[in-house]
Design a protein around this ligand. Structure first.
Ligand SMILES: *Cc1c(COP(=O)(O)O)cnc(C)c1O
Length: 397
């Protein structure tokens, strides 16, 4: 019965569920956090600036602003970009809802441009077709970590005076034409959720080269308050500060920044391990006709946040759902990234119709995300490969 999928009564490839993503915390991470606990500052202390400086240096940006999570980073960037009521912002439907929600936070309107069938990233031809006099910004997402066509998107932005905010929540360490993602557009955002490349529990970062944007981001993170003498409208004494616009408490703590610092020191090692695992997956699946993969490009290297297989369901006796359930039954913690954002009930109620981005919807109906994280053992990787082979072979037409 070895070759019978667990869903039909065979014994599963694995005894315990393998998650699709997970953090890697070592003793040095723990020590870094404990040191902060023993010190004077739990928040707004020196670790924040250290983390920001090292992060900016790592990605090749002038400034970095640490915030409470990646969604707060998107919100802050949308604010700093000046997005307001009635403004349209173009993004991809194949992303986490936060990439579009940040536009709603500012009273703007997300506009979804369809993806390309090849690399599943936003298609610049679609972007051009959706520009209007109200378009204010573009939020491209480096889906799975694979950089979008940044030069082409920036060209469109220059011609139409738009702000580009890269959502690089999947792309820490990824490169585009030899340069790391993070220093290439007006603003770039990152997330430090435990499934992402490095973690601070919850956490996020915005990078920029622009001093004015930097100052607005810092102020937005802390209630819209400034103490900067140069920015104050009056000066009533040494205690004096001003709240100058509506901001939030989106600060990261020093506990988290300490974790971020020790994690960042390992980012390259984590990325190398992700690439090793991906190389094994690619090799293992290359001769399975039912499976196709995201097309890669010679001029960019993915950050490999996610590894996704696309099923040719015409060649299978069952649909994506059954394959997904069969892999879960093998204790492989597969997932689906993503439900096109505008198909969520909230967006449907705002008036976004089904069928808006046909290529995105087709992709969504055929994809499965396999486990990928640096702490996976060789056995874990072998198990995933075996489970995929077993399930696909079993349901082959
Ligand atoms: C994770 C993620 C975010 C949000 O980050 P959080 O830290 O979870 O708020 C935004 N965009 C994308 C594409 C993500 O994957």
């Amino acid at each position: 019965m070895v070759n019978t999928p667990a869903i039909e009564g065979g014994s599963p490839v694995r005894r315990e569920m393998l998650p699709y993503g997970q953090q890697w915390i070592d003793e040095d991470d723990i020590k870094g956090v404990v040191d902060v606990l023993k010190g004077d500052y739990l928040t707004t202390g020196p670790r924040i600036n250290d983390f920001e400086c090292r992060f900016a240096e790592y990605v090749g940006a002038r400034y970095a602003v640490a915030v409470a999570n990646g969604t707060a980073a998107l919100h802050a960037a949308a604010f700093a970009a000046g997005i307001g009521p009635g403004d349209e912002v173009i993004t991809t439907p194949i992303t986490f809802a936060a990439s579009a929600n940040c536009v709603l936070y500012m009273g703007g309107k997300p506009v979804f441009s369809d993806i390309r069938d090849s690399d599943w990233n936003i298609d610049q031809n679609e972007i051009e077709g959706q520009l209007s006099s109200r378009t204010k910004a573009i939020i491209p997402v480096h889906f799975t970590g694979l950089p979008v066509d940044i030069d082409e998107i920036q060209q469109i932005a220059r011609e139409h005076n738009l702000v580009v905010i890269e959502d690089a929540a999947h792309a820490l360490g990824a490169t585009y034409k030899g340069q790391r993602i993070g220093g290439l557009s007006q603003m770039t955002i990152f997330s430090f959720h435990p499934v992402k490349h490095i973690t601070t529990g919850e956490g996020g970062m915005i990078t920029t080269d622009d001093k004015e944007l930097y100052q607005r981001l810092v102020q937005f993170r802390s209630h819209g308050i400034t103490r900067d003498r140069q920015q104050l409208r009056s000066d009533e004494g040494p205690w004096y500060y001003e709240m100058q616009f509506e901001g939030y408490n989106y600060r990261l703590t020093d506990l988290q920044a300490a974790l971020g610092l020790s994690q960042l020191a390992k980012a390259d090692r984590f990325l190398k391990r992700r690439r090793e695992i991906v190389a094994r997956y690619i090799e293992a699946f290359k001769d399975i006709p039912e499976i196709s993969l995201q097309v890669r490009h010679n001029d960019r290297e993915s950050g490999w946040h996610l590894f996704i297989i696309r099923l040719d369901t015409g060649r299978l006796k069952v649909g994506r759902r059954r394959v997904f359930e069969a892999l879960r039954a093998e204790n492989v913690g597969v997932n689906v990234h993503y439900i096109p954002v505008y198909l969520h009930p909230y967006y449907r109620d705002l008036g976004y119709p089904g069928g808006l981005c046909p290529r995105a919807e087709k992709l969504y109906s055929e994809i499965i995300t396999l486990p990928l994280f640096p702490k996976m053992t060789k056995q874990d990787v072998d198990d995933v490969i075996e489970a995929v082979h077993r399930v696909v072979t079993h349901y082959r037409r």
